[in-house]
Ligand binder design. Structure first.
Ligand code: SAH
Ligand code: F3S
Length: 500
């Protein structure tokens, strides 16, 4: 049986595409291996959102090229956003590559591999499925290890066109998945042991059901009235019933149809689609977690305008304040870009002010990097690299301080943790509703349980706890405590490389 190794760069969408890609490969008779040196096929699922991510791809292909010299039968495949963005050009620059496949072409993977096995030249497939969008669907027939937490895609592409972002080019225009497909996949995952689902999309809160099967939201008309008139007309013109988005209706349908689901998450929101009915969903659906990731990008209106984000700082704050008022204890995380063209010291200080004002518990900070074909290329990338680095460090200092204070405030509190796995050196690891990672010991197997714990200490990025139930309580192994360890992944055939 031929073997494959899959290396994933970048975001959760890519991680999820990789999971489905593995299913396609296994159906085609490939077996996973963790040993890249021995694999017959190495597939790199790439990210191109920042230049650094692309550099990683180049060095990885270079390394594999050396391996290929001693093992010419090794197949090197590149999937994901770089494949989509570069197409044939990439093979010209890196002739070691045998296969390029865009995010919408994964189902064609087995056929392309057969061509290559038959001696065909390098294969390239990177076409968007605009007319009849396909979504990579869970292959429920394959044996799999129990996965406590799973991803479900609800949309792909993005219509926002923020001036710095390459995603609309690499992932194409917005296409939404039929609600029934989403519901069936949620049901199938829960039947296989999943307790938590994260709904994925670039702007999940703009979701509209293309099959119009979701029941209308009773609060829709009121919510619709709050939208800018152009947006209202667009949605009415699309013939879809009068909601500002059907995301709240989808959330409700999932919670009703899949009672075994303990927790429902989603990522990411675009602030301009966050509406009263979504806030109301957080109040009425107990499965919806008390954590929201909502990228803000900058705390300066001047910069937000140049980024074409289509909201102001005041509007962002209005929405986060409303969420916090409606859902006590809700925590927020965000994405921020530093050094966007024209960003002054004062603009950057406004970003730090906003971070403190909202009290983000997690901030993903990035230095602006120019991306091919994006509108921001017209602006001069005028913040020097050294200044971008300084701003990024200042941003991390503020965000570390906010996180530390937040984690320390939790010491002594009781929290319900969804137990996701074993720590690398023993003990269990899970997450609170707000996404904090918690390590604790247990005498019994608690995997997949919602366990009540008391927080006993805070590490830099996670928490230490003990089970409230004394009969099951066990001490946390000392090494784990000192390492503040991350979740053990333990999945063969897959390596995840975060890209900052
Ligand atoms: N809507 C998506 C965003 C995808 S890109 C989501 O929220 O899931 C992820 C983050 O990368 C963005 O929020 C932004 O902060 C950052 N980013 C995108 N393009 C960038 C660029 N050209 N330079 C630096 N950071 C960028
Ligand atoms: Fe990118 Fe803006 Fe869409 S950041 S993914 S264009 S919402």
């Amino acid at each position: 049986m031929p073997s494959y190794s899959l290396v994933t760069f970048g975001c959760q969408m890519n991680q999820h595409d990789s999971e489905r890609m593995e299913e396609v490969l296994q159906r085609a008779g490939y077996a996973p291996t963790t040993d890249v040196e021995q694999a017959d096929l190495v597939l790199l699922n790439t990210c191109s959102v920042r230049e650094k991510a692309e550099q990683k791809l180049r060095s990885e292909v270079g390394r594999l090229g050396v391996l290929k010299r001693s093992r010419p039968e090794l197949l090197i495949g590149v999937a994901g956003c770089v494949a989509q963005q570069e197409g044939e050009r990439l093979i010209k620059r890196m002739p070691q590559i045998d296969l390029l496949i865009g995010p919408d072409n994964i189902p064609e993977l087995p056929g392309l591999l057969r061509e290559l096995a038959g001696g065909a030249p390098p294969q390239v497939r990177a076409a968007f499925d605009l007319d009849s969008p396909r979504f990579l669907t869970l292959d429920a027939g394959l044996p799999r290890a129990r996965q406590v937490s799973s991803f479900v895609t609800i949309m792909k592409g993005c219509d926002e066109r923020c001036s710095f972002c390459i995603v609309p080019t690499t992932r194409g225009p917005e296409r939404y998945r039929p609600s029934e497909e989403i519901l069936l996949e949620c049901e199938a995952l829960v039947a296989q042991g999943t307790r938590e689902i994260t709904l994925l999309g670039q702007t999940v809160d703009s979701y509209l059901d293309p099959t119009r099967k979701l029941p209308a939201n009773p609060a829709a008309e009121a919510a619709l009235a709050m939208l800018p008139s152009g947006e209202t007309a667009k949605r009415r013109g699309a013939g879809i019933h009068a909601d500002e988005s059907e995301f709240p209706a989808l959330l409700r349908a999932i919670c009703e149809r899949v009672p075994g689901l303990a927790r429902l998450r989603y990522t990411s929101l675009h602030p301009r689609h966050l509406t009263p009915s979504l806030i109301q969903s957080h109040q009425s659906l107990p499965q919806l977690v008390r954590h929201v990731h909502m990228p803000v990008q900058s705390g300066s209106d001047r910069v937000l305008r140049r980024m074409i984000r289509r909201y102001s700082v005041a509007e962002y704050l209005e929405r986060t304040d409303a969420l916090k008022r409606a859902v006590p204890g809700l925590s927020l995380s965000t994405d921020i870009i530093v050094g966007f063209p024209g960003e002054t010291d004062e603009d950057f200080e406004l970003t730090l002010d906003l971070m403190r004002r909202v009290g983000f518990v997690g901030v993903f900070g990035f230095k602006y990097s120019e991306r091919p074909g994006t509108p921001a290329l017209k602006l001069t990338d005028d913040v020097p690299e050294s200044e971008k680095s300084r701003r990024l460090s200042a941003l991390f200092e503020v965000s570390e301080g906010l996180r530390r204070a937040h984690l320390e405030r939790l010491i002594g509190k009781e929290e319900t943790v969804l137990v996701e796995g074993l720590g690398k050196t023993g003990g269990y690891t899970g997450r609170t509703e707000r996404n904090e990672i918690v390590h604790f010991g247990s005498k019994e197997d608690v995997l997949g349980e919602l366990a009540l714990v008391r927080i006993t200490g805070a590490f830099k990025h996670s928490l230490e706890a003990e089970l409230v139930d004394e009969a099951r309580r066990a001490p946390l192994p000392a090494q784990l405590a000192s390492a503040g360890a991350a979740l053990a992944s333990g999945r063969p055939g897959r390596v995840n490389l975060p890209v900052v």
